[in-house]
Design a protein around this ligand. Sequence first.
Ligand code: 6CS
Length: 379
Amino acid sequence: MIMRNGLIAGAVVLLAACGSDEQETASTTPDTAAPEATSAEVTTWGFGLEEIEGSVQYEYGEKFAELISEKSDGEIEVRLYPYGQLGGLTDIYDQVQEGAIQLAFGSGFLGGTVPESQLFSLNFILTDDEKLNAEILNDPAFRKHEDLVAAFRERNLQPLAIVPEGWQVWSANKAVRTPEDFSGMAIRTMDNRLLRETYSAYGAQPTTMEYGELFSGMQLGQLDGNIQPVFAHQEMDFYQVQDYLIFANQAQFIATFMGNQAWYDDLSDEHKDMIEEAVVELVPHIHEVQTRLNTERLDIITENSNIELVYLTPQERNAFRELSMPVRDTFVEMVGERGERLMNALIEQVEAANPGDADLEEEVEEGGSEEEMEEADAA
Ligand code: 6CS
């Protein structure tokens, strides 16, 4: 696999205006300087993915392309650029900001571009129910919250949907059950300060590295641990160079689906409506896809390795939850009042959707029995 060797294929992205503001064609053209010709009737929207074929983002992109093609009677073609084709992660964000591509996903590394997006890296902020989280994040009350939209638009981006891709699962060469177990561990985090603060609070040594370099980073011993949804541990072969997968359910991997702001503003109402309908239809669809992919890939991992699976108990999780709480203040320090309002809006949505969770936290703090905690977690 090219990615795991850290070789990111170079790509030339050319932009061709084809008659109207909306008719922009982005194409990777490693062999020729000329942009690919498209017929006069077909408009191409380029969509940069942070992940390779077979991933949750790829499945999202394929379904989005299918829905847009159907809704536009074939007038619009969405062309996917999987990870590596446009360079590294920040190259993808640069290209959608500049309008070289029209659409992209942005997750942890996007924190450098849209600091408020680090909200999605906070641990223990959502519920334990992944489907409910997808619904909360995509409820217009949050997805279209003026502070979220303003944070992206200030950076020439338009947020379109929020896409949870599964629990972030730790991998390591030892079983991590307590913050003390993290001591001295070089754990790879995506490049944002919030994640570095979180894992420092847990006692680890956060280390930033590009996605495509992680396999060799772990193989060469530069990294002791990694944080990914299960499908990515499998798809990128990361599990082959680690001994334990640790499920703490501390956070989900969350990406934002976004467009170039000027491009979005120039779209006709009809095309904006197509996008809106597609992202709404995709909420239950991608939840089903991510749960299926993560389940199937865990089976592949366990069939093909001796990796040990560790599931933290509610009390073990609570030790991490407590350490994560002050990081919310760091988030506010970093992003100011707008980010704070957004964080509070998310917390309110979570509490309204899942009032039982606050009770559970109190019970855990008071120290119910492990069985009681597990029952409460399963409920
Ligand atoms: O860890 C990363 O950098 C990447 N992981 C996933 C699952 N998706 C994209 C992200 O950049």
